[in-house]
Every structure is written in C-alpha cells, then in structure tokens.
Design a protein around this ligand. Sequence first.
Ligand code: AMP
Length: 187
Amino acid sequence: MDILLMGPPGAGKGTQGALLAEARGMPKFATGDLLRDAVKRGTPLGLQAKELMEAGHLVSDDLILGIVREELSKPAAGKGVIFDGVVRTIPQAEGVERLLAEQGRSMSAVLFFDVSDDEILARLAKRREIESRADDDPQAVAIRLKAYRKQTAPVLDWYEDRKLVHHIPAVGSVSEIAEKVSRVLGK
Ligand code: AMP
C-alpha cells in the first residue's frame, strides 16, 4: 500500500507520518528530511538544493523524481511507502505514478491534512523556535505558502479526480488526529 500525505507546510504531515510508519511497519519517505540532511552534509544534492530550500522555493521536479526512483528501488520500499510531502507539483504526481506503475503499483490513498492559515502560521512560528529551520523564518514561510497554493494545491484536484483523497481535519491533539488517520485507512 502506498500512501501520500499532503497538506500545507506545518499541517502535521511529518508527525502523523512518523506515527503511521511505526503503526504499520512501513518506511516513511520525506523529501524535505532527505534534502535537509543532504544540505547539512554538503553533498552535491545538498549543494544543488540549499539556496532554493532556504528561500522557501521548491526544488526541481527532475531532482525530486530522481530521489523517488532511488527510494523505490530499495528493498524496504517493496511493500509500500508513506510519502510525506513528496508530490508537490503536477509533473511530480505524473512522475510518481509512472515510477509506481513500473513496479506494478499505484497510489492507494492520499491523506490531505486540512488546517487553517492562522493555525499554520502559529505552528510554523513555534517550530522555528524549536528547530531553527532557515525556511521557517517569516519571509521564507510566505514564499513556501505561495508555492504551496500555486503549485501544490492543484495536485490535490489531480488526486481528487482519481478518487484517492481523504480529508483529515488536522485540529486537536496529535493522538486525536492519528485516530482519524487510522479510521480513514482502516486496518
Ligand atoms: P518540507 O520539509 O517537506 O516542508 O520541505 C522543505 C523544502 O524542501 C521545501 O520547501 C522545498 O524547498 C524542498 N522540497 C521538499 N520536498 C519537495 C518536493 N516534493 N518538491 C520540491 N521541493 C521539495
């Protein structure tokens, strides 16, 4: 089963993805985490992504699809992956569909974490104090939200057309939201 987690920055994809991965014994794959690690280690991938990421812009579709291809070739990913924030543009949605199809797979469900703009801004300000991520500063947050609305929101419609989307109101405690997720996915 391949599951995609979608939602604006700060919607809780990372937190819920980690819980879901543990509960289902599935690998979670977050391009943001992988890229941040590459930036920290100064690898060629990190050097390519650093400036765009820190300013809050999306990195290129080719780069993301290359990373997804590599992830899907790992034995641990053979039975399904929880994709966290991976598909952020229509070309990425098409590319991931192609890569899964090469393995006789397709996306099983898309969970959209629904949260208000005010709540997002409050959560990102809080996260900035704790994690000091460069892209949580107010200017980068504004750019990230703009990228989300322009490039990622249409992806939701792409998956809606394929009847894959489940809306999860991402308010309440972490465990309340996790409960909603497991109810939507079933056993
Ligand atoms: P995230 O941790 O998912 O919010 O990602 C942090 C940053 O990494 C984003 O603002 C982008 O610069 C980059 N990034 C992560 N995933 C993607 C993706 N699927 N497409 C393009 N850029 C991405």
